[in-house]
Design a protein around this ligand. Structure first.
Ligand SMILES: [Zn+2]
Length: 265
């Protein structure tokens, strides 16, 4: 069943759309060319992916290309609804998804069941996510006809394989969970020490609009403030690793005290 409130599109640049989803406040993307269109992330299960694919088909009938920003289930378990089409991601996204899909499915199906949402739990439990088949290592260019889109791994951060989608003519970048709006950054699989430098590389693209993996599109100033917070976390992490601070004290001093402390690399 498709819920009417599953999402809404907003135009963040000429022919560049972002779609907000109530589920986990996820944000997906659509870049329109005249020969192809590119979808950024596919939602969290086969049912949600089919809903997004239907919404894409309300906008365009062009052949599609999918880009998966990273291997977390909410960004890539919906890919099957878009096949057959090329699916781009970093090679480590593919290996991580192959290695962790079963555990992610079990963990999050339990989460939804515990929250009293058996429909989403069942949909997730029945989803076997396809693996990306086109590598971004460290970058790739995708020709959509009137415009080219750059796919780039700018460095490690939220994961060790984050890919951003740069639309140069519109000055828009889709960044997955390298940036989150409305929630603190998720450090669970992060490479915290390298994340600030990755955001520096993102800012060097001089984007007018940055579309995060969750929440509203933001600007470079917002990215700069999240970079500063992550640099504080990285310094605290280094202090803990050096034995100068215990993890509890570091968590209290963190700009994101509600976020569980990342395990050492
Ligand atoms: Zn993520």
């Amino acid at each position: 069943m498709t819920r009417a409130a599953d999402g809404r599109w907003s135009e963040v640049g000429d022919g560049v759309l972002a779609r907000r989803h109530p589920e986990l406040d996820l944000t997906t993307g659509l870049v329109l060319g005249d020969r192809r269109a590119l979808v950024v992330d596919t939602r969290g299960d086969a049912r949600q992916g089919a809903e997004l694919a239907g919404a894409v088909r309300m906008v365009t009938a062009l052949p599609l290309i999918v880009v998966v920003t990273h291997a977390h289930f909410d960004h890539c378990f919906g890919t099957a609804a878009f096949l057959p089409c090329p699916v781009f991601a970093h090679p480590r996204c593919r290996t991580t998804l192959a290695r962790t899909a079963r555990a992610q499915r079990a963990e999050w199906a339990t989460y939804y069941r515990d929250r009293g949402d058996p429909v989403t739990a069942d949909a997730l439990a029945a989803t076997d996510p396809p693996l990306p088949d086109h590598p971004v290592d460290p970058e790739a260019s995708v020709d959509l006809g009137v415009r080219a889109v750059r796919l780039r791994h700018l460095g490690r951060g939220h994961t060790d394989h984050d890919v951003v989608v740069h639309v140069p003519d519109a000055e828009v970048v889709f960044v997955g969970d390298l940036v989150e709006q409305g929630a603190p950054p998720d450090l669970g699989d992060a490479v915290v020490a390298e994340w600030p430098a990755t955001l520096d590389a993102l800012l060097a693209l001089r984007p007018a609009v940055v579309v995060p993996g969750h929440g509203e599109p933001v600007d470079a100033r917002f990215v700069g403030s999240q970079r500063a917070g992550l640099a504080e976390v990285a310094a605290l992490h280094a202090a803990v690793a050096a034995g100068e601070l215990d993890a509890a004290a570091a968590t209290r001093r963190s700009p994101y005290p509600s976020v569980p402390w990342p395990s050492p690399p």
